[in-house]
Design a protein around this ligand. Sequence first.
Ligand SMILES: Cc1cc2nc3c(=O)[nH]c(=O)nc-3n(C[C@H](O)[C@H](O)[C@H](O)COP(=O)(O)OP(=O)(O)OC[C@H]3O[C@@H](n4cnc5c(N)ncnc54)[C@H](O)[C@@H]3O)c2cc1C
Length: 337
Amino acid sequence: MITTDILIIGAGPVGLFTVFEAGLLKLRCHLIDALPQAGGQCSEIYPKKPIYDIPGFPSVLAGDLIDNLMEQIAPFKPGFTLGESAVTIDETEDNQFIVTTDRGTKHKAPVVAIAGGLGVFTPRKPPIANINDFEDKGIKYIVKDPEEFRNQKVVISGGGDTALDWTIYFVEELNCDVTMVHRSQSFRGHLDSVQKVMNMAEAGKLKLMMDSEVVGLNGSQQLDEVVIKTKSGEMIHQKLDTWLPLFGLTPKLGPIADWGLEIEKGAIVVDNSTDYRTNRDGIYAIGDVNHYEGKLKLILCGFHEATIMCQSAFKRIHPDKNNVLKYTTVNGVNGFE
Ligand SMILES: Cc1cc2nc3c(=O)[nH]c(=O)nc-3n(C[C@H](O)[C@H](O)[C@H](O)COP(=O)(O)OP(=O)(O)OC[C@H]3O[C@@H](n4cnc5c(N)ncnc54)[C@H](O)[C@@H]3O)c2cc1C
């Protein structure tokens, strides 16, 4: 059981900044995120786009903002459970919460801060009837630990940056036998990556099948082969270890919607006149995931919400202690002893 003071669900920019504000109050944090990396939308959707409305930064790449936040919170040594979704919440007799993930990891804390953004990023699945039968039995939608694919025979489907980047990495770093299958004639990814994949295909380092798509899956316990339909209508049966359909991820609020929280417009209703508390005592919602009148889904608004919420969490965790607001310029950033 992982124990902490504030359990943060969602390691997007708002969840990360919560660690900093909590750290100033000497509260420990642990973050859960369904994605294999921290950063939420900034890392997953637009890491190379500049953001212009972060105070003090005339322009900052979304990916760099996340790197900076990770550096800023490092002194407070947050814990991370990555690549796992928070699915259930139970309340104990001593007013604590136990949050369990889809992989069974249990976390216990007196305060839960939901910073789940638009929700869990869920893979876009191709419409193949028996696809669910082979999930984690030869099909992976996200590469969490690349090493598990070393020396494998893999088929990668998709035409965006994720598919291109992993194709290059699997060939160059993991010694994989890669077939890349893309249903269109052109890619959507960065030109450099597209060129690199083309060059690798020409040099015989990978097999590239354009205008083609995986339409069938065969195997008994484990996926044995995929059936690839080519432009001419030919059906190719290809043996493999793993198929990676990398068609992108779409967010869904998911199991949190069943936690007894008031939901409006697909977001968690909070009281913004106080401290972003939900209708359940001890559970807060901050950032894109919450809803109140006048809500703006902006990073800087989430940072503000996190700051106010941490003050309230402090009072809940230490009802007998008085907290006096101190400037960081005066007090510095004191990590945990
Ligand atoms: C293309 C684009 C451009 C943008 N430009 C700007 C801009 O210029 N300025 C600006 O301020 N904002 C911008 N935004 C919006 C900004 O990215 C969001 O406001 C911000 O990411 C919200 O942060 P968050 O931490 O609340 O949520 P998110 O970044 O969405 O992170 C939430 C995290 O929670 C995780 N999660 C959710 N549910 C669970 C669960 N049950 N278990 C485990 N993990 C879970 C998700 O995997 C995700 O990683 C832009 C957004 C997009 C898509």
